[in-house]
Design a binder for this molecule. Sequence first.
Ligand SMILES: *Cc1c(COP(=O)(O)O)cnc(C)c1O
Length: 452
Amino acid sequence: MSQVKFVLTEADLPKQWYNVLADLPFQLPPPLHPATSQPIGPDDLAPLFPFALILQEVSQDRMIDIPEPVRDVYRLWRPTPLYRARRWEQALDTPAKIYYKYEGVSPAGSHKPNTAVPQAFYNQQEGTKRLATETGAGQWGSSLAFACSVFGLECKVYMVKVSYEQKPYRRLLMETYGAQVVASPSSDTHAGRAILADSPDSPGSLGIAISEAVEDAALRDDTKYSLGSVLNHVLLHQTVIGQEVLKQLEMADADPDMLVGCVGGGSNFGGFALPFIPDQLKGKRRQIIAVEPTAAPSLTRGKYAYDYGDTAKMAPMVKMHTLGHDFVPAPIHAGGLRYHGMAPIISALYENGLIEARAVGQRAIFEAAVHFARAEGILPAPEPSHAIRVVMEEALRCKEAGESKTIVFNLCGHGHFDLSAYERYLTGQLSDYDYPSEAVESSLLRLPVVPA
Ligand SMILES: *Cc1c(COP(=O)(O)O)cnc(C)c1O
């Protein structure tokens, strides 16, 4: 056996983020105001976001400098390692060469601090005192809580109720970092109270929790809103991942045939894959595969259309692959990746044939996760286990075909807070769930009608 880890020094930490919008041969459709359906301007976003992030959202600059105070915090865990999965290759008995980028070494255990830190920084620079946000499984909430503690901001987290009840340790991590956490729908906002009046037992959803956090920020002068995925500036911040991967693959003397990542809102996948898009555009084509759950299949079964970002229709409308803004994921779904929409950038890349998408069931992902953990030792979060499943299938296909492809995937977080989901899998209590076609169709009937 030879080299397993490809490790960069702190001097290799990227100094800039990569903005794919500068290179795309097409324009993204503009975000629209949820009430007027007119394109939104900076003034519409100013109550929610600091100016620096609004500028990044629409920037056409190819490279954007990472502020030094942000790089200083990144240094706590970046650069992250790239591994060659030699033991898993052996266990799979495959001629494929498998590499994974490991983002689980961050303080919150996932890629999310890559954007939480700059978001908190820019807010602090512009005088924001408090950030409001939503969280599903709790990874985003703990990342933002950490970033707020670093830059001295208060943090209020609306946590989807089903996770609040099932994942007490994520809540405690957020509280340890100093955040205030409530179960959403909550009685703290108009949006939450309206949902509770209608369905007191609502398990909550990301769409509902976003409505609450947006309302909180819109109604308070000292507070802005922070989103952990989907938006252009979030994907931008995550490109530190792919830029490091490019350098590490060079160290490994490897040229990937296939890149695989999981998609919820699209940020870890974007951060990992966007730095490879210039090659795609120049005709050096690789298979770039986004993997989502069959329980929330926005790319493979949703529609590419304008939709609201949240249930109460307060966030801007964007053109994206969507299951409808009132999508509520089945409570039996344990695999994460529950948002109803997909990042506009990822949606547009998919529409333009620059990336592929696949959907996998939750038993298959845990089967792959356990197989991976027994060989490599790292316990993956359920989300990246979607990518692991597809890598496993591709590696076995290579074995059958006698092909030695180079496959790289993003292991975007560890699963130490997800052991109750592993328990359900290991004790045979996890069943597959496909989001029903009727639900997709009826939800899509409620998409906003947007003037052409
Ligand atoms: C939040 C999260 C995701 C899903 O969000 P994306 O924006 O699609 O990356 C995936 N994996 C992990 C570990 C997460 O914390």
